[in-house]
Design a protein around this ligand. Structure first.
Ligand code: IPM
Ligand code: MG
Length: 350
């Protein structure tokens, strides 16, 4: 198969982790006999520095031409006080919207080898295997009107029926192949958007009688995730809640550097580790590349339907974890491995 992939390293540790993921991708292509057609583009702060905009047209064109895009991270401290349109994050929001990738899948599982890396007690995190389905192209992130006036600032949380329905279908289809439980997260005791969200989710759920639906308020969901994470299978939620709750997933998985994600739409796939650009450790060959490598595995599975290849990468990640050669964030017993070394170890384990 010919895999046409755009690589967007972005800011901070994005370059290091995507480069490790591309090395693993090359190893997969070699082992399974696929050809790679890779291109690279600019996004985020580095794109602002080089072109004046966080999402140059060239990047959009390349993303639309590719089968899938692997993104590293966006965000640089020097833009902290920049106006909304000149922020690195705007590039990421722009490409998510342009590719119409409305369903962001964020699997969170505890590998037995990493159980001591989590600050939570072992018996709490042991056996965690959930997937957060975060709506990605609507809600507060995109709602209009928005703005800052003299003595007031405002954002709009808005969802249409169609926006809720399509991501709900994604969640239920996933649950069918898992433990058949969807937990929808909202704030329906206060927000109209959440009341509507809950109503539409219940309607869609009727088409999936084999899957159980539960509802939970977002504040309680945050608590339950650290209290008894094993109760969750598929967690369905809107954009902002999903952003917040998925960082808790990092605590369950041992490190946010472990978490992969897949953003899916009808046509395109955008794959991005959940972690940010971590400017404090950028350029030091310290960052954990497993979130990016796992995102690449998700790309093989969801965009290219190469399930054996994806399984092989995930098994190789497991072997590397078992070997203990991991980056500093996972608190290894000996000297921490570098980003490169972890990438090479995954390729070798393949
Ligand atoms: C994430 C990130 C992004 C988001 C930022 C970088 C815009 O936090 O993917 O979770 O909020 O969606
Ligand atoms: Mg986030």
């Amino acid at each position: 198969m010919n895999l046409k992939i755009l690589i967007l390293p972005g800011d901070g540790i994005g370059a290091e982790v995507t480069s490790a993921a591309v090395d693993v991708l090359r190893a997969v292509a070699k082992k399974f006999g696929h050809t790679l057609e890779l291109s690279e583009g600019l996004i985020g702060g580095v794109a602002i520095h080089k072109t004046g905009t966080p999402l140059p047209q060239d990047t959009l064109d390349k993303a639309l031409a590719a089968d899938a895009t692997l993104m590293g991270a966006v965000g640089l401290p020097e833009f902290d006080n920049a106006p909304p349109g000149k922020r690195p994050e705007k590039g990421l929001l722009g490409i998510r919207a342009a590719l119409d990738v409305f369903a962001n899948l964020r699997p969170v599982r505890t590998y037995p080898e990493l159980i001591d890396s989590s600050p939570l007690k072992n018996h709490i995190v042991d056996g965690t295997d959930m997937i957060i389905v975060r709506e990605l192209t609507a809600g507060l992130y995109y709602g209009q009107p928005r703005g800052i006036e003299n003595d007031r600032a405002f954002n709009t949380m808005s969802y249409t029926r169609a926006e809720i329905e399509r991501v709900t279908h994604t969640a239920f289809k996933l649950a069918r192949n898992r433990r058949k439980l969807v937990t929808s997260v909202d704030k329906s005791n206060v927000l109209e958007v959440s009341q509507f969200w809950r109503k539409v989710v219940i309607e869609v759920a009727a088409q999936y009688p084999d899957v159980k639906l539960e509802h939970i308020l977002v504040d309680n969901a945050a608590m339950q995730m650290v209290l008894r994470p094993t109760q969750f299978d598929v967690m369905l939620t809107e954009n902002t809640f999903g952003d917040i709750l998925s960082d808790i997933g990092g605590i369950l998985a041992g490190s946010i550097g472990m978490l992969p994600s897949a953003s899916l739409g009808e046509k395109k796939g955008l794959y991005e580790p959940v972690h940010g650009s971590a400017p404090d450790i950028a350029g030091q060959n310290k960052a954990n590349p497993l979130g990016a490598i796992g995102s690449m595995a998700a790309m093989l599975e969801y965009t290219f339907d190469l399930v054996n290849e994806a399984n092989a990468v995930n098994a190789a990640i497991g072997k590397v974890l078992a070997s203990g050669r991991v980056t500093a964030d996972l608190k290894p017993k000996g000297t921490p491995a570098t980003t490169d070394q972890v990438g090479r170890a995954v390729s070798e384990a393949l």
